[in-house]
Write a protein that binds this ligand. Structure first.
Ligand code: SF4
Ligand code: SF4
Length: 206
């Protein structure tokens, strides 16, 4: 799941200033952004109302089933011919959705959210930084807890030595290496920590 957070309204308004007197349609995403309540029905309605209150020309908001799917966009356009009247789309999805709609919608697009990480959601709790898409997945060596994304220093041979009382010295949460150690120990697999791992191979992302 792509983790997103709302952009400040001032930033959105300043981007919209580039398109004066243009009708706007706010588009949410029915998958990730909806699940973590950054770009679902409620957030799209709220954004639409906020922009209308500022006197902007805003059409009814829409939710595309998957913002990162061409088919979803095509069916939404088919079902909502009024979308043709929109001069610009303010997209409340991850960057992949914004980029796709920028390519296929034929309209200028602006992002309503910032995409921060790959994570997950459980009931009302959102978990960030499960994966930074390194292109070289070996999370099985770390008891399924990725240190490349979970450690601010991406230490693959951690911990860094700055962990204090189990907490990370950089962030006010438990050091990922404490969790990795505990889990490997409980599984009797601590010998996995004996090997020195090579640094992240960024070529694998190309
Ligand atoms: S090892 Fe790489 S691909 Fe696997 S979870 Fe971590 S960042 Fe993601
Ligand atoms: S304390 Fe742990 S999580 Fe924090 S930077 Fe060091 S190794 Fe990474």
């Amino acid at each position: 799941m792509l983790i997103t957070r709302p952009k400040p309204i001032e930033e959105i308004l300043s981007m919209l200033d580039m398109f004066p007197e243009t009708s706007i349609c706010v588009v949410g995403c029915g998958i990730c952004a909806r699940k973590i309540q950054t770009g679902g029905e409620a957030q799209v309605s709220m954004m639409t109302a906020r922009l209308q209150q500022r006197g902007l020309d805003v059409l009814d908001g829409k939710i595309v089933k998957h913002a990162c799917s061409t088919e979803s966009w095509d069916s939404m356009v088919e079902e909502n011919p009024a979308l043709d009247d929109a001069g610009i789309l303010l997209v409340m999805s991850c960057g992949a959705g914004v980029s796709l709609l920028g390519r296929i919608s034929g309209k200028p697009v602006l992002p309503g959210l910032d995409t921060t990480s790959l994570g997950s959601a459980l009931k009302d709790e959102v978990f960030e930084n499960f994966c930074v898409m390194c292109g070289d997945c070996n999370v099985g060596l770390y008891a399924g807890l990725c240190p490349k994304s979970g450690c601010p220093k991406s230490q693959v041979n951690g911990p860094c030595g700055g962990s204090i009382d189990r907490d990370c010295e950089v962030e006010g949460r438990e050091c990922i290496w404490v969790k990795i150690y505990d889990k490997l120990e409980s599984r009797g697999m601590l010998e996995l920590l004996d090997d020195i791992r090579p640094p992240v191979n960024h070529d694998r992302r190309l």
